[in-house]
Design a protein around this ligand. Sequence first.
Ligand code: NAD
Ligand code: GLY
Length: 358
Amino acid sequence: MIKLPIPLLHTSYEVLIGKGLISQSGELAAKVLVPGRCAVVTDSNVATYYLEPTLASLQTAGFDPVTFIVPAGEKSKSMSQAEDLCQQMIAAGMDRKSSLFALGGGVIGDLAGFVAAIFQRGIPFVQLPTTIVAQVDSSVGGKTGVNTSTGKNLIGTFHQPRLVIADPHTLETLPDREYWEGFAEIIKHAIIRDASMLESLPTKRSDPLASLIARNVAIKAAIVVADEKEENGLRALLNFGHTLGHGIENAAGYGFFLHGEAISLGIIAALWLSVHHAGLSDSILQQITQLLLALALPVTLPNHIDTDSILTSIGKDKKFERGAMRFVLTKHLGSAYVSSEITGQDARAAIEYLRTPS
Ligand code: NAD
Ligand code: GLY
């Protein structure tokens, strides 16, 4: 088992990475939480595979779990779903001493983490991430929240988990599309912090991922520890590819693209803007585009997704502040910075580039 500490100012927790850990989630959680009444929030796909071993482990460790299963997919990351979960938890007799386990991908982690943050003004929760996106990125750092029809993650709060248990064995049941989408966030980490990671990416599904997951968690952890609440500009670098990526995800309609697929397009747009406004070499843009293509990620924006809808959506994105569009750009691989020089016209040109990248 790999253990990575997340030492924050007011709280500290560990990310545990290891094959088979899902079946030990109860005993591991009992080291950081008093066992008792708890909610297990999961989705309809994940429940099929991992609910039973999770419940068994929790019960053995003395927890008294109640299960809440939401429909799989981004549409469940909504205020109405969060409210519904809160109502069901009240009806199930849960109170301030209860805890919550988020068993699933980033949608479940963000949604259930948000519920844990607002239920009875906040209860402790544990992340049990089951996708690559969630294991390398979303389960760490405490960003929780839901989408609105107008934009991604527009309602949310910071609520750090007490523990993250990432079991790479669970990734084996991911369908191909859901497997490869996770590499968009890994490539983002490589672009902003660790270019050499691009040489260590798997080429086939059977390649082991534990050390790659740990490498990504370490990158994210270092940034989160230095800027927990995105206040000093460092954590904002994790938004590389996300301003337009979120706009595309929203404009396409939640569920059309998986998150990592929209971020693939957002990364290409951010690289194109970096070539034109930060002096990045065009060969890097071509190299990363080919890499994303090789990982079966989208590199071309379908024409039916309208440019104005994307721009409207990013206008409502939290990253669009006081009229200045903040974009994360890179001058060379392995580093990034926040620019406030990108205009709406520049963003429009980047979106148009995505229709015929070459
Ligand atoms: P997801 O949670 O919807 O999972 C993708 C699909 O895989 C779903 O259909 C799910 O049911 C299925 N699935 C999950 N685990 C499985 C498994 N082990 N076997 C089989 N099927 C499985 O999506 P995601 O890509 O994991 O996460 C995307 C979300 O994460 C987005 O909402 C994004 O905004 C958010 N996110 C948040 C942060 C953060 O810091 N909080 C960071 C990155 C992404
Ligand atoms: N996924 C961006 C962040 O955690 O800040």
